[in-house]
Structure formats: C-alpha cells, structure tokens
Design a protein around this ligand. Structure first.
Ligand SMILES: NC(=O)c1ccc[n+]([C@@H]2O[C@H](COP(=O)([O-])OP(=O)(O)OC[C@H]3O[C@@H](n4cnc5c(N)ncnc54)[C@H](O)[C@@H]3O)[C@@H](O)[C@H]2O)c1
Length: 331
C-alpha cells in the first residue's frame, strides 16, 4: 500500500513507519520536525520524508509530492500535558487544526483508511481503573481535549464521507525498538522512563510529582506499553479499519506500575541508584491510569508481549548507545 505517515519523524511514528516499510509498503513521512528527528527515518529503504507543518496554509501543495495515498497514519502533534496548560492555543492549532487540514486533504485525495494516535488523556481522571473504551471522555488538560476533538472530527468524516478510522488510545509508550534503531528522545523530555534513565546515568535527581495521592505508595500509577507492542497494534489497526466507522481501542499493558515501582525496576535493570526529589503533583495528572485492553484483545487479536523490565532494558541500552539522543544533541 501507499501510506502517508504524519508525524513519522517522531518517537512512535518513526518506529511504525519503519515496520511498515520493511513489510513492503511505500511510506511517505510528513513532519515539520518541530519535535521529531530526520535521523529517525533517514536512510531507511522505502521511506521518503517531506517537511511540512500540517496546520500551515498550503498543505495540499506540500503533499502533492506524496503521490497517491491509500491510508494515513496520523501521529503528528504536540504531546506534553503540562505545556498544554501554558499554551492551549498552540495545542489546538497543532493538534486540532493540523488534523482538520490533514482530513480535508485525505478526503480530496480519496483516502478511505485512517489510523490516529489518540491518548489515555481522553479519559481524564477515570472513575473505574482499568478504564474501558466505553468510559466517559472527560479530559482534564487542553492536550486531552485536543485528542477528544480529533476523535470527534473522525466521527464526522466517517459519517459525511465514509472514512474508516481507528483511534488507538495509547497509555505510556516506552522503550526502544529491537536493534535500537528507534528510542525516546523528546525535547524537552517530560516522560518518566527516559528522565530517570538520564538521571541514573548522570547521578542527577529525578523529580517525583506527587507522593501522597490515593495510590498504594502515594505516587502516580501508569500503564507502560513497549514500543514494539505498540507498533504491532498499528499494523493490526490498519487491517481493522471499517468503512464509515471509527473504532477506538486502548493500547496499554493492562497493568499499572507506580513511579516508585518504575524507579525500583530501573535500579535493578541498570544496577545504579536513582536519586529522587519529591515535588508537588502536576496539574492534569490523574493518580491512576491503567488500560482495560480486553477490547483490543478481542477485536484486533492484539496483546502486549513485553513487560516493564524489558521496556527499561531496551530504553537503557538505547540511552547508553546514544547518550546525546539523536544527532548527539539531546536538550
Ligand atoms: N509517547 C506517548 O507515550 C504517547 C501517549 C499517548 C499518545 N501519544 C500520541 O502519539 C503521537 C506520537 O507521540 P510521540 O511520543 O511519538 O511524539 P513525538 O513528539 O516524538 O512525535 C510527534 C511528531 O509530530 C511532529 N509534529 C508536531 N506538530 C506537527 C505539525 N503541526 N505538522 C507536522 N508535524 C508535526 C513532530 O515534529 C514529531 O516528529 C502523538 O500524537 C501523541 O499525542 C503518545
């Protein structure tokens, strides 16, 4: 198939783009490189990179070079919950306006299949954990609101012009791909695992945001899913698209680990002591967010195959192999 991968120079998008190209698909990545790394896809056979901002005027012109496209996988957007409170307009522009422009282009280009990177952030602070897809969508951050808005736009497109879409609601994507080609290198990095591994390597302290919440040890409980399992979910999602429907699936491990448990596991994996620093809870951070993954198991025949220690071991090996991140210039 001819595929357009929006945001495919980023962490998850580049890993998915590579898997799809090695399975024989022709992949065009469109990315503005605001947060991604050209190096993440450079030199991979079957992948071409176009540099463009989805939310800027002239997207049609930029994507004319993509050639015919049968399906779109859409990863592009801003991803930091905390930053979204400071810049809600920037988040709406990048995430909602950008998605609307991509959908308008897809409609005109005759694309009928779409896979979107949604987020556990759509649930806000769920009443029930593990949270099923049927839970109310009540985001507690501007970031989460943008994900709900895009899922709504997909539902509109399904109804109006028969688009078939799958929204994958990721929990915490983590780890590095097998062979270490793709790893997590966000700038600034707000995700726990890369931050604590950097702290393990440098001896600096990693902040723990919130230590007396309503969880067994007082720290936030999250669900960490290995990047290779997440990649596999995309391959299955692409096959599971049904014309005129939007299907949403949680993609997580189906079990949670507290910040202190992740730190203890990281100390075991790295053989180093991780220094910590207690900080107040962050806005928009629910105490506990764990996926109910039974729907994906049933409908996509997907289930995670790797646990937290494998996530940490792959991320540690990636970090040691590239101490400066992509281009050796980690921020
Ligand atoms: N990483 C996670 O744990 C996680 C969890 C839930 C949801 N998600 C979602 O998955 C997607 C990918 O996340 P990631 O961790 O790979 O993030 P990332 O920042 O590494 O990748 C996002 C990519 O989108 C590009 N981009 C941003 N705005 C753009 C625009 N206007 N036009 C073109 N390109 C643009 C960036 O340059 C970057 O390459 C995001 O939509 C994110 O919200 C990620």
């Amino acid at each position: 198939m001819n595929l357009l991968v929006a945001g495919g120079a980023g962490y998850v998008g580049s890993a998915v783009a590579r898997r799809l190209s090695t399975s024989g698909h022709r992949v065009v990545v469109v990315d503005d490189l605001s947060a991604g790394h050209a190096e993440a896809v450079d030199g991979i056979r079957g992948i071409r990179l176009l540099r463009a901002d989805l939310a800027a005027p002239g997207l049609d012109r930029a994507l004319a070079a993509a050639g015919p496209v049968e399906a779109v996988l859409h990863f592009a957007g801003k991803i930091a919950v905390g930053e979204s409170f400071a810049d809600p307009e920037g988040y709406r522009r990048a995430n909602v306006t950008g998605s609307e422009a991509l959908l308008a282009w897809a409609r005109a280009a005759g694309v009928r299949r779409f896979v979107f990177s949604s987020s556990a952030g759509v649930y806000g602070t769920p009443e029930k954990v593990p949270v099923p897809e049927s839970a109310p969508l009540r985001p507690v951050s501007p970031y989460g609101e943008t994900k709900v808005a895009v899922e709504e736009r997909l539902a509109g497109a399904a109804k109006e012009w028969g688009l078939g879409a799958v929204a994958l609601r990721y929990f915490n994507a983590s780890g590095a791909t097998d062979g270490g080609r793709h790893g997590e290198d966000h700038r600034p990095e707000t995700h726990l695992i890369p931050r604590l591994l950097a702290a393990a390597a440098s001896g600096s302290a990693v902040p723990i945001y919130g230590t007396d919440g309503p969880t067994p040890d007082g720290t936030c409980v999250r669900d960490y899913v290995h990047i290779e399992d997440l990649v596999e979910a995309h391959v299955r999602a692409l096959d599971a698209v049904r014309p005129g429907e939007v299907r949403a699936f949680n993609v997580g491990a189906g079990s949670g680990a507290s910040v202190r448990e992740v730190i203890a596991a990281a100390e075991r994996v790295t053989g180093r002591t991780v220094r910590t620093k207690d900080e107040p809870p962050r806005r928009g951070d629910p105490p506990s967010l764990v996926a109910d993954i039974s729907l994906a198991a049933r409908e996509l025949a997907w289930k995670p195959t790797r646990g937290l220690e494998e996530i940490l071991a792959s991320a540690w090996s990636w970090h040691r192999g590239r101490p400066g991140g992509y281009s050796g210039r980690r921020g």
